[in-house]
Design a protein around this ligand. Structure first.
Ligand code: HPA
Length: 271
């Protein structure tokens, strides 16, 4: 594992001309348009990076973009790896190990999710303030990578408080309506049944999705500061039986894109 991480790291350090980006940004379902905001210096296909997994989901294009955003250097991942694709948790979070090895200290993640709170609307953007890990496997299970972080990881503040404040300030200044809430991570690939959405709500979460949690756990293991946004692309609950489709998720993410762009730009600029 360490050798695989090192090979990918060496390859990317060379591509980045030994510069350390200020932020890594991971784009979720339908949010790949964020990449058009970055003035690209280098575009790298996952397939060219040693040991990098390949994406299999439509809407996840499989490119790393190194460039500038708001005067800062960023490394943006357009297309992430999901547990439901069949990857191990080590593969799902491999990029995080590489980002840390390059020296990147800050992470912005985005995703699409199903809202379970009754006052939510499709197209809302939610600042993730906490999560509930309901994946069947843990990304830190097995021998601890001592060079990256401790065996037992503190998760009392998983999402950086200062970054949450900056998101809120940027939202206020730009008249963007944002919500804050707890993200519930499930393996998928099925969307939830009405009763499962009800369970998510009853367990104290506001939105549910199939990503992000493993990445945030590994980022926190390594001491990275994490900011996360979720776009509510559908609504669920025991009282709702609306069909959900991937197309619908992508469309709703598209509609919310301008808000996500404002928030991400604002954070990168002000952090
Ligand atoms: N459930 C799980 N993942 C999702 C959803 C959902 O309702 N919407 C977008 N991703």
């Amino acid at each position: 594992m360490l050798q695989k991480i090192q090979e990918a790291t060496d390859f990317l350090i060379n591509k980045l001309n030994n510069e350390v980006p200020d932020f890594a940004i991971v784009c979720g379902s339908g949010l790949a348009k964020l990449k058009d905001q970055v003035e690209a210096i280098e575009v790298i296909s996952y397939k060219d990076i040693p040991n990098f997994p390949k994406t299999t989901v439509p809407g996840h294009t499989g490119k790393l973009i190194y460039g500038t955003l708001e005067g800062k250097k960023v490394l943006l991942m357009s297309g992430r790896f999901h547990y439901y694709e069949g990857y191990s948790m080590q593969e799902v979070t491999f990029h995080l190990r590489v980002f840390h090895s390059i020296g990147i200290k800050n992470l912005i993640v985005s995703n699409a999710s199903g809202g379970v709170r009754k006052d939510m609307h499709v197209g809302d953007v939610m600042i993730i303030t906490d999560h509930i890990n309901f994946f069947p496997e843990h990304p830190l299970r097995g021998a601890n990578l001592d060079n990256f972080g401790p065996r037992f990881v503190d998760m009392s503040v998983p999402y950086d408080k200062e970054y949450i404040s900056i998101f809120k300030e940027v939202a206020k200044e730009n008249d963007v309506n944002v919500r804050e809430g707890v993200y519930f991570g499930l393996q998928g690939p099925t969307f939830e049944t009405p009763s499962e959405y009800g369970m998510v709500r009853a367990m104290g979460a506001d939105a549910v999705g199939m990503s992000t949690v493993p990445e945030v756990i590994v980022a926190r293991h390594q001491g990275m500061r994490v900011a996360a946004l979720s776009v509510i692309t559908d609504l669920g609950g025991p009282e709702i039986a609306n069909p959900v489709s991937h197309e619908e998720v992508l469309n709703a993410a598209n509609v919310a894109m301008p808000k996500v762009i404002k928030l991400v730009r604002g954070l990168v600029k002000n952090a």
